[in-house]
Structure formats: C-alpha cells, structure tokens
Design a protein around this ligand. Structure first.
Ligand SMILES: *Cc1c(COP(=O)(O)O)cnc(C)c1O
Length: 355
C-alpha cells in the first residue's frame, strides 16, 4: 500500500498524459508554450477568479505574492505556526517579520481569536507595521475566511491564501484559491493537483496585481522585451508540466469525489478510535492529508507500519520551534494548540485510487 499512489493515477491517465507530453515534444515550445496559456485559462475558470498565473513552485508563488503586495523589512506578516516551512520562510525571505499564530483546535487552521490578539500586540508594541495575513488551507480544508476577511478589513491588512494543500476545497461553494487579495498554490507531485516535477500558480481578481505578477515572474519584464522595468525573478511553469496538469485537471473533479469517499470510510471506521478531522458546515476539503490525533502517536504508527500501512507526521515541528526561527524569540508553550498537534497528529494513506 502506498501513502500517495501516483503510479495508480498515471496508469489510469497514461494514454492521455503521454499524448499531451508528446505534443509538446513535437511543437518544441518548452518554455511558455501554448499549454501554459491553456492551463492558466482552465485554472482561472476552475477556481472562479479573473487571473491565474503559473510559476515554478508554490514557494515562489508566495514570494511573488508578497513582492506584488510590497511586503518589506519592518513589516509584520501573520501566519499559522502549524504549517509547512515555506509559508513562514517566504515572509523572512522578503526580510519582513513572521508573526506566528496558534491553531484552531477543531479545524487545525489559523485561529482568528489568537490572530486578533497577535495583531493588537504588534500594534501596541509599535516596532513593526502590520501588513498581511497568510492563511493556510491546512490538509485541504479552507481556512475560516469569513473571520479572516473581516480581520483583514478591520486592521487594514492584505490577505494571502496559501492554497498549496487546499486547491479543490471550497467554502459555501466558493473555491479555495479565490480568497484573499492574492491566493497561491503548488503543483508539487504529492499535492491534491500535482505535476511531474515542480510547479505553482497564483490567483487574483485584480488586473493590476496580475500584470505585476506576469512581470515579476519573468525578470521584471516591461512591454519591450529587452527593457526590464523592475527586479523580478525567473519563475515559470514548464510547458511539459502544464501538459501533464491539463490532463490531471480534467480528471480532478472525479478524484475529489473519490478522496471524499475515502475520508467518509475512514470517518466511519476510525471515529471513536482517534480524534478524526472536522469539516465544518459549508466547507469541503480536498483531503490533501487525512490527519488524526492520538496521544500515543508513535506506538500507533508502529502498529500500522507492522501491518504494511504507511503513515506520516505532518508536522512534527511548528514554525516557532524551527532552528531557523530561533531569532524570533518564541518559547515552547507560546502556542499550546499547535504544539499539541505537533505532538499527536499523524496522517493516513490518502489518494483517489485507494481501495
Ligand atoms: C507544499 C507547500 C508549499 C510550497 O510548495 P512548493 O511547490 O513545494 O514550493 C507552501 N505552503 C504549503 C502550505 C505547502 O503545503
């Protein structure tokens, strides 16, 4: 049994994916080929936003979003402490200060109550300019956008949705990737929608942001090909990866139904044995991970291992416990809910081809 069975997915889609890849080999436009534009149109349509801009990976997508929003040294950017490292890393990469926030006990997503406390603390201290919130749709479940949007408005903060795991999820029918001023995702192979290498995308309804994003991800290009008007980066999605994603995106709605069926089965079988995931009313999850809690995580994982069932821990270390962030001066006990998740959470096999 595999934790995520990319092989089964490839076997299912082999003819279509191979044909798409061969088409790229035939036309030879490996960079910015027609498949990239076709994919961007289909992604924007799927998510329900005006613009989708592809880029090299989900980490670059976050960096590009912050470049466009002008995040800089002296700014405070709030993000959950219980997330993948890239969420916080990119804030520090822009030389801004990451301000970590505890998790909601039920959903594992950023806790709006703790967020407001931390915003008020930054304002009271007066050393940093509160600038943005990066929410994360952890394990596939969209964050609490009604609350996050109202806090962003109240404190005049930009909101970035990190939908690297949430792509495919929704809240009241509005898709993950459509929230905030800018949303980002990743096409890393193990994500709900993955390619066969690295890839990412950025979503926005703003024409101004979209134009800036298209410039920043190609060396800060201007309208004249040889005049670069700002300092950018080289972050593009390969045409071959776009070709793979076009076929996988066509299958994605069916895969989401299959993922939900796996989650339903787990819920029936495991409820009462572990603390199983909660999907509040109005939300759907893309089930990037099926994560449960148990006080004896390590021995339970060992039992599964002996039965040939792979399990993983996401995440054993919160952001405030990372060596790279010791300079921020947090201590253990600062984020009780997240620290408990880091101790007790583990994830079970989850993919649409699980039998
Ligand atoms: C995977 C992930 C990223 C980074 O994506 P890459 O494509 O690997 O750079 C960012 N944020 C979250 C929450 C992720 O899970």
């Amino acid at each position: 049994m595999q934790f995520i069975d990319l092989e089964a997915q490839y076997t299912h889609l082999k003819e279509k994916i191979d044909a798409r890849i061969h088409k790229v080999l035939d036309h030879g436009q490996y960079i910015m080929g027609p498949e990239v534009k076709e994919l961007e149109e289909k992604l924007a349509d799927y998510v329900g936003v005006k613009h989708a801009i592809t880029c090299a990976n989900g980490t670059d997508a976050l960096t590009l979003a912050m470049m466009v929003l002008g995040v800089k040294k002296g700014d405070a950017v709030f993000c959950p402490t219980f997330t993948f490292f890239a969420t916080a890393e990119t804030i520090a990469y822009e030389e801004a200060t990451p301000i970590f926030v505890d998790s909601d006990e039920l959903t594992f997503n950023i806790c709006p109550v703790d967020l407001e406390k931390r915003i008020q603390k930054v304002i009271a201290e007066g050393n940093l300019t509160p600038k943005a919130i990066i929410s994360v749709d952890l394990f596939g479940l969209p964050a609490n956008y009604p609350e996050l949007e109202s806090l962003a408005k109240k404190y005049d903060l930009k909101l970035i949705e990190d939908a690297a795991q949430g792509f495919g999820g929704s809240l009241n029918g509005k898709m993950a990737g459509s929230y905030g001023d800018i949303a980002t995702t990743s096409f890393f192979p193990a994500k709900p929608l993955g390619c066969y290498g690295d890839g990412g995308a950025i979503f926005t309804n703003s024409d101004e942001y979209a134009a800036l994003l298209r410039s920043y991800c190609v060396h800060g290009k201007g309208t004249d090909k040889y005049d670069n008007v700002r300092i950018g980066m080289n972050s593009r999605l390969d045409t071959i990866q776009a070709a793979v994603l076009l076929e996988k995106l066509a299958e994605f709605p069916k895969e989401l139904i299959a993922r939900q069926q796996v989650a339903d089965k787990y819920e029936v079988e495991l409820k009462g044995r572990f603390k199983t995931p909660v999907v509040p009313a109005g939300y759907t999850s893309s089930w990037a991970q099926y994560t449960v809690l148990d006080d004896n995580r390590d021995s339970v994982m060992e039992q599964y291992n002996q039965k040939g069932i792979p399990t993983m821990v996401y995440y054993r270390t919160c952001m405030h416990q990372q060596t790279a962030f010791t300079y921020l001066g947090y201590i253990n006990g600062d984020f009780p809910v997240a620290e408990n998740l880091a101790k007790n959470a583990f994830s079970l096999p989850m993919h649409p081809y699980l039998k």
